[in-house]
Design a protein around this ligand. Sequence first.
Ligand code: AHR
Length: 334
Amino acid sequence: MRRFCSVLLCLSFLLGMVSCSTTNASEPSVEDKYVIGFSQVGSESDWRLANTKSMTSTFAGDDEYELVIENARQIQENQFSAVRKFILEGVDFIIIAPTVEEGWQNVLTEVRDANIPVILLDRSVAVDDDSLYLTNIGSDFSKQGKLAIDWLEKESEFQKNRHPDEDHTVQILHLQGTIGATAQIQRTKALEDAINTHSEWEMVGQLYGDFTEAKAYEVMTDYLKTNKNIDVIYSENDNMTFGAMRALDEAGITYGTNGQVKIITFDATREALQYCLDGKISLCVECNPMFGPSVKELIEKYRRGESIPKHVYVDETAYTTYELTQDIVDGREY
Ligand code: AHR
């Protein structure tokens, strides 16, 4: 690999060490490896942990590659530092899972000036020049939003036909992920667009849960102290859903097939699917984090000089209690 060893050597000298090579005799030394620097968003959700695992297990055991992961703890500034560190170390390739879309122009230009190819993973960036990165691999978040809205339309129709004499206003509480992240922007857009075109749908609140269980539990607990009229919770990821369910339990509000509140959640982790099979969650929209092998394939294509599509979407679907079986749940990788 390029300048990695010489930079390590300098650092070794600075630290008073003698050599840059610490590998044992049977392993290829770091200078023989293709080094990939990966700036990961954080560890905020089960989805994220599964995504990191998919990346590490894909490259682990492959002597040709060295995957160096920097966890940004959901702070964009940490990502900038990590990317600049990768440039300084002279890695061969950089992968970025951007926390939020805005703010990437400068650092991506620096990466291009250093002639290092970049793949964007999971979320996207808002830059004028898309030649600043090779490709963006991840979910089609607007399709996910559409799957959720399609289901809610059918469910509302079903309830109308079932109880024609009742009030058909649908009071929706929205739990939002990290503001400015592609997953938040597209899932929010799907809901807000739908509210504008469905006169009976009413947004009763938008709460900020930052894609974490703890934050969602906190804001939901607070919200439920004064507001209890909710028909639907539209939660932008499973971990926020788990926090919301705990808050609903504590407030004595029922949810699920025979409950007051219907829950729509995004990710479809094994735990959420189990709740769905048990009738507690009404819809799980899948967000597939297992794309480590596809990332590796893209890097290998790039190295062979083959053309790469500008956007690669992973396969995803949605589940209700009726499509699920225990086998599907147990077979879930994440
Ligand atoms: O960007 C993907 C989203 O980020 C997932 O829905 C969420 O769980 C994660 O934190």
